[in-house]
Each structure stands twice: as structure tokens, then as C-alpha cells.
Design a protein around this ligand. Structure first.
Ligand code: G3P
Length: 215
């Protein structure tokens, strides 16, 4: 399983790269806005860190504009993946990008049939948003299960990138289902490493070791 970090904060990406936790980065317009920085500067800094594939989202809604915008981003580096919203125009752009060898990530996917259409358009990655489905009372992970099932049935090559992850359980479920990638917020990446019983165990071992030395 590959992990991407879902952030536009350069410090978080740097730490995750240095510690060997991640295989790529996903950004979106909200994360870029939250960083308070210019998108071009963020993308340049990300490329310098060499974290693996970097998803950058187009802001246009019409296919011709999406193609123009995405082509310009792709020219910045081979690691750039063009994130395209799951719309008719988006899929037209994905078809074009796929025909010229530009990697794509179809985003804002909330149904298995959307994922099927994205795969047929030639998407490299498809991003089902599990947390946002959970937020409205659905079970987001059921969507991931259905997409993987359909892709397996027809041997479709598009990879499932589980997005909108809120907690460890989402990652565990994605792993058990065999999703290729999870894009994970920095705090959840850290949560994956820790367990209260590990901390308690270390504390006891250190205490016992100290008392053994005194004797
Ligand atoms: O980057 C796309 C996705 O992971 C966003 O997640 O938390 O805004 O639903 P969230």
C-alpha cells in the first residue's frame, strides 16, 4: 500500500519525506488556500522535496481550459498528476491527458459508476471521498469496496486512491480491501505509529530496568 500526504504544508511534507512515510502528495484548492501561499510556489517547493507523485487540481470547469491548465502544470515535472473533478468536462480532459501520457487523478468521486466512467476515460488514479460520505450518514468504505470489485471484474488499470481520510480505521479498511493508495492528513499519519499500550509498555520496561540496576 502506498501513502500520500494530503496537505499543502511544506513542513509536513518535508518531515514525512525525511522519515520515509510517504510515496506522494495530494493537494486541493482548499488545502492550498489554507496554506496561505501562492499555488505555483507551493508546487515548486513540493517538487524540490521530491516526494513522489504530486496531485495538483485544475480550477477550470470547461474541458478546453482544464486541458490548458493541466498541460501547464504537467510541464513543471514528470511527477505532477493532474487532479480533475468528476464531471463530463473533467472526463473529456482526462481522455486527452491519457492520450498524451499525462497522469490524472479523478477527484470528488462519490459513486462506483463515476469511478467506472473515470477508468474508461483512462484515469491513472480515482479518488473516492470516504470521510465526506461518512459525514452524511453513508458508509464511505462501501464505495471503495464496490470500486475495487468492479475494477477487478474488468481488469481496469486505474488505481484506487482512498481520499478524505479521517482516521486510522479508514486506512485499516482500505488496506484490507486492497486499495492501492491512501492519501492521509499529517496527524493521521502520526496516529498510525502510536498505540497507548506501546507507550505504557515502554514506561514499564524503563521503570523495571531502573529498579534492576539499583539492586
Ligand atoms: O484531497 C482530497 C480529500 O482528501 C479532501 O478531504 O477532509 O476535505 O474531505 P476532506
Amino acid at each position: 500500500m502506498r501513502f500520500y500526504i494530503d496537505t499543502a504544508e511544506i513542513d509536513e511534507v518535508k518531515e514525512a519525506v525525511d522519515k520515509g512515510w510517504i510515496d506522494g502528495v495530494t493537494t486541493n484548492p482548499s488545502l492550498i488556500a489554507k496554506s496561505g501561499r501562492d499555488i505555483k510556489k507551493v508546487v515548486k517547493d513540493l517538487l524540490d522535496l521530491n516526494p513522489g507523485w504530486i496531485s495538483v487540481e485544475v480550477l477550470s470547469t470547461k474541458s478546453a481550459e482544464m486541458i490548458k491548465e493541466g498541460t501547464a502544470w504537467a510541464e513543471m515535472g514528470e511527477e505532477i498528476v493532474i487532479k480533475v473533478p468528476m464531471t463530463e468536462d473533467g472526463l473529456t480532459a482526462v481522455r486527452h491527458f491519457s492520450s498524451v501520457g499525462i497522469k490524472t487523478n479523478v477527484t470528488l468521486v462519490f459513486s462506483p459508476l463515476q469511478a467506472l466512467m473515470a477508468a474508461k476515460a483512462g484515469a491513472t488514479l480515482v479518488s473516492p471521498f470516504v470521510g465526506r460520505l461518512d459525514d452524511i450518514g453513508h458508509v464511505g468504505m462501501e464505495l471503495v469496496e464496490q470500486i475495487i470489485h468492479i475494477y477487478d471484474n474488468y481488469e481496469l488499470e486505474t488505481q484506487v486512491l482512498v481520499a478524505s481520510i479521517r482516521n486510522n480505521q479508514h486506512i485499516l479498511d482500505a488496506g484490507l480491501l486492497g486499495a492501492e493508495v491512501c492519501t492521509v492528513p499529517f496527524n493521521v499519519l502520526k496516529q498510525m505509529i502510536t498505540h497507548p499500550l506501546t507507550d505504557k509498555g515502554i514506561e514499564k520496561f524503563l521503570k523495571d530496568a531502573k529498579s534492576a540496576i539499583i539492586k
